[in-house]
Design a protein around this ligand. Structure first.
Ligand SMILES: [Zn+2]
Length: 279
């Protein structure tokens, strides 16, 4: 990758202004060292969002043995578990944190305020809450946390609302489109199989074609090669595209977003090697 940044100016007369990273600082410093011009780092909002969940869980485990006093004067051990910060609540806070970043793209002050509103809401202070809060709908608020828990997680919010970090998230974007494009290339040229340059190039061109215009774009290539696609080829290509659009509309439907979120909150991560937000 550093080669791409190094040659962009002499070969193409082009400067890359932004670098969208996933928190892997080694890759960015390599780019910084090789580019003959200034490159600004941006963070992938999806990866930053995961830091919230990771740091809250870390806080729970580091305070496991600590003793707190609850509102009734009773001694309580740790901040995790039922009646305190559950895993489900951690996931929800993480999701709201990501939402606060994405919904306030381009506005640092309102982004910060929206993130602190999540913390205040858990401490039963609903002045900065928006319509998502039950108190604004005239309903009782069920997810308020005990004061000692709210106090214990404040440092996590302080760290994750720092200007330096949020400024890199102002673009509101993630690496998801990149990753989905990479997936199309890997699908054609698997990492585990050696492919020659010709196949790699063809696979790459085909991936660009399908990523930008869908399966039906391939039909145009065939036509330009003077090959007339048959009835079944046309039916197949448009069928795949229509299904993909249908799925994305269905996937963006609010009910289905909520059900996916509940599902992911109830399933414990089983991948021990990958540590989301662990950088
Ligand atoms: Zn509220």
């Amino acid at each position: 990758m550093s080669a791409i940044f190094k040659r962009s100016r002499p070969d193409r007369g082009l400067d890359y202004v932004h670098y969208l990273g996933d928190g892997d600082s080694k890759a960015f410093s390599a780019v910084q060292n090789s580019a003959p011009y200034q490159v600004d780092k941006m963070e992938c909002c999806g990866h930053v969002q995961k830091r919230m969940g990771k740091r809250l869980m870390d806080r729970v485990s580091s305070l496991k043995g600590s003793v707190f006093t609850d509102a009734k004067g009773k001694k309580v051990k740790g901040i995790g578990g039922a009646g305190k910060l559950t895993q489900k609540a951690t996931k929800r806070i993480q999701g709201h944190y990501g939402g606060a970043i994405r919904n306030n793209a381009g506005n640092l002050a309102s982004m910060k305020k929206a993130i602190w509103a999540i913390w205040k809401h858990r401490g039963d202070d609903h002045r900065d809450c928006l319509e998502w809060c039950a108190s604004k709908q005239g309903k009782p608020v069920k997810n308020v946390l005990p004061k000692f828990v709210v106090d214990a997680i404040k440092p996590v919010f302080e760290a994750l609302t720092k200007d330096d970090l949020l400024k890199k998230c102002l673009h509101g974007g993630s690496q998801n489109p990149n990753e989905s494009f990479h997936h199309l290339i890997w699908e054609r040229c698997p990492k585990t199989v050696f492919v020659g340059r010709r196949r790699l190039e063809l696979g790459f061109f085909d991936a660009v074609l399908v990523f930008n215009g869908g399966e039906s774009e391939r039909l145009k290539v065939l036509k330009n090669l003077n090959i007339n696609p048959g009835h079944h080829a046309i039916k197949f290509a448009f069928g795949v595209d229509t299904n993909r659009i249908k799925r994305s509309v269905y996937g963006g439907d609010l009910d289905h977003i909520a059900s996916r979120r509940n599902k992911s909150a109830s399933v414990a991560p089983d991948d021990n090697n990958y540590c989301a937000g662990g950088f």
